[in-house]
Design a protein around this ligand. Structure first.
Ligand SMILES: Cc1cc2nc3c(=O)[nH]c(=O)nc-3n(C[C@H](O)[C@H](O)[C@H](O)COP(=O)(O)OP(=O)(O)OC[C@H]3O[C@@H](n4cnc5c(N)ncnc54)[C@H](O)[C@@H]3O)c2cc1C
Length: 481
């Protein structure tokens, strides 16, 4: 493999990279494509929590976020679409700033059609109950919250897994080489031009002293490393002077409450996107990734940092809904390292949970006390994540984050009665890391010639649909070169 020359290397086999490779095949590109992925094939990805009930922190890498289909494999598989009448794209990042609204809508339609071709459920949630949704919107407005109703196609975790399995086979059958269990350790850059990548086996991912690195060369390199690769990408920006600007970090909690309180919202929209600047700081707080009848999950990042997340299956159901409540944090001067800040919060929180995420009853937070395990056992809301340790999340989340979240919960309770019920659960921390925002031109090219950035990692997108769209779009640009 040493010194092999490819036309194109795609780093990361998440939705952004997959859809780039897919579209190049569809465009009859004859380019020699190599995808390098530090995780495993999708069919070899299993989260042991299904059997053990507890997160065992898989080595060398967490199955939830690494491997073919990236963070998409165990995601809820909600593909965010748009309403015909929308004049803005409300979710999924900044792609529309490069493409314009109408082109973005067309791109979503096209990318959605690929998901359908590979087996997505034809049903779209959130189109039927316009009158009811309007009533909720109006109620939200009264408490200074905005509700964005974005139709979603729900794959479901188990179906997403199967769908991406079919895509994996399609890429392999059509000549895309995929190197699994291989970490891209470094980029090879000469005179501001990308030349290739430096790799090592995934089992040495945490071994900074490992020296037996293998160089692989290509004309063009695309970075699609997702949030999992955000820190690596920030390091690359610093090491190779790739133009970037300080990004943000989204910090908050995974909130779990009974389906019965969320029944209307779940029925009318499946996922509701509430956003508001409530509380003294006027920071943007938002709901994200709502999972009706779902399960709270954990994801493990490097150095065992363990975060909360959530998903739901198409067939297997709990009686709880979970969703993220997130605040965006931006830092300027003298400190401007959002990833570092987020990691510190996560480390503090994990330390208090003996390496696990924490869970606390809302009522206990308001009463200024920690939650004890025995109290959870009699709590009306039974946690769906058994690894979570009962404790006090307020020790670890900053005052500002905590205040934002509590004010937001109180405001949303006026729209969704029961949203602030004392038995509802907060899991901490849920954090969305983005690398320093990589500065790209209209063709998604970075300041390094022939080095491109797509998907969530460089801060362009947030979510499955837009990450996938960014790959399709770059394939079209690249094919024209
Ligand atoms: C539990 C969970 C539920 C989710 N639910 C939803 C949902 O319902 N709807 C939605 O829109 N979004 C959801 N998301 C988010 C969604 O999965 C991501 O937005 C999407 O996967 C981003 O795609 P990507 O291609 O940018 O990156 P990723 O999917 O993160 O893929 C990046 C890939 O790059 C690999 N990689 C990273 N660094 C390196 C390196 N140095 N060398 C080699 N390989 C590397 C990683 O192993 C990974 O496989 C969820 C995420 C999780 C974890």
């Amino acid at each position: 493999m040493e010194n092999t020359k490819y036309d194109l290397i795609i780093i990361g086999a998440g939705p952004s990279g997959i859809f780039m490779a897919y579209e190049l095949i569809k465009l009859n590109s004859k380019k020699k494509i190599l995808m390098i992925e530090q995780g495993k094939k999708v069919e070899d990805r299993f989260c042991p929590i299904e059997k053990t009930g507890k997160c065992i922190k898989c080595k060398p890498l967490c199955h939830i976020t690494n491997g073919f289909s990236g963070a998409g494999a165990f995601s809820d598989g909600k593909l965010s679409l748009y309403n015909e009448e929308d004049t803005e794209i409300h979710v999924g990042g900044n792609l529309h700033e490069y493409l314009g609204i109408e082109n973005t809508k067309k791109l979503i339609d096209y990318t959605d059609s690929i998901y359908l071709e590979f087996g997505a459920d034809p049903k779209i949630e959130g189109l039927e109950y316009k009158e009811e949704i309007k009533k909720i919107k109006d109620k939200a407005k009264e408490v200074d919250l905005t509700l964005y109703d974005v139709p979603v196609r729900h794959l479901g975790t188990e179906k997403a897994h199967e769908l991406y399995g079919r895509l994996e086979q399609f890429l392999i059958d059509n000549g895309v080489e995929i190197m699994f269990n291989t970490v891209v350790e470094d980029l090879i850059v000469q005179n501001n031009v990308i030349k290739g990548v430096r790799t090592k086996p995934a089992k040495y991912v945490e071994d900074a002293e490992y020296t037996d690195l293998v160089d692989i060369y290509a004309e063009t390199v695309v970075i699609g490393v997702g949030r999992k690769g955000a820190k690596w990408l920030s390091d690359m920006c610093a090491r190779h002077n790739i133009n970037s600007r300080a990004g943000i970090v989204d910090i908050g909690v995974r909130y779990e409450l009974p389906d019965k309180f969320m029944a209307d919202v779940n029925k009318y929209m499946y996922e509701a996107k509430f956003i508001g600047r409530v509380g003294p700081y006027k920071d943007k707080v938002r709901t994200f990734c709502q999972n009706p009848s779902g399960f709270v999950s954990t994801e493990v990042y490097d150095k065992n940092i363990t975060l909360a997340n959530g998903h739901s299956y198409k067939d297997r159901k709990s009686t709880n809904t979970n969703l993220a409540l997130l605040c965006s944090h931006r830092f300027n001067y003298p400190f401007n390292e959002p990833i570092k800040y987020g990691r510190n919060v996560a480390e503090n929180s994990n330390q208090l949970g003996n390496g696990n995420i924490l869970v606390q009853r809302l009522g206990d937070i308001f009463n200024g006390k920690r939650t004890w395990e025995k109290e959870l056992q009699t709590n009306s809301v039974v946690p769906t994540q058994k690894s979570a340790v009962a404790g006090d999340i307020t020790y670890a989340l900053g005052y500002r984050t905590m205040t934002n979240i509590l004010e937001f919960i109180k405001a949303l309770d006026k729209v969704i009665p029961g949203f602030a019920h004392p038995d509802n659960l907060l899991y901490s921390p849920e954090i969305k890391f983005y690398s320093n925002q990589v500065i790209i031109d209209n063709n998604f090219e970075t300041s390094i010639k022939n080095l491109y950035s797509i998907g969530d990692g460089g801060g362009l997108t947030r979510g499955l649909m837009m990450a996938s769209c960014s790959g399709v779009h770059l394939a079209r640009i690249y094919n024209e070169k």
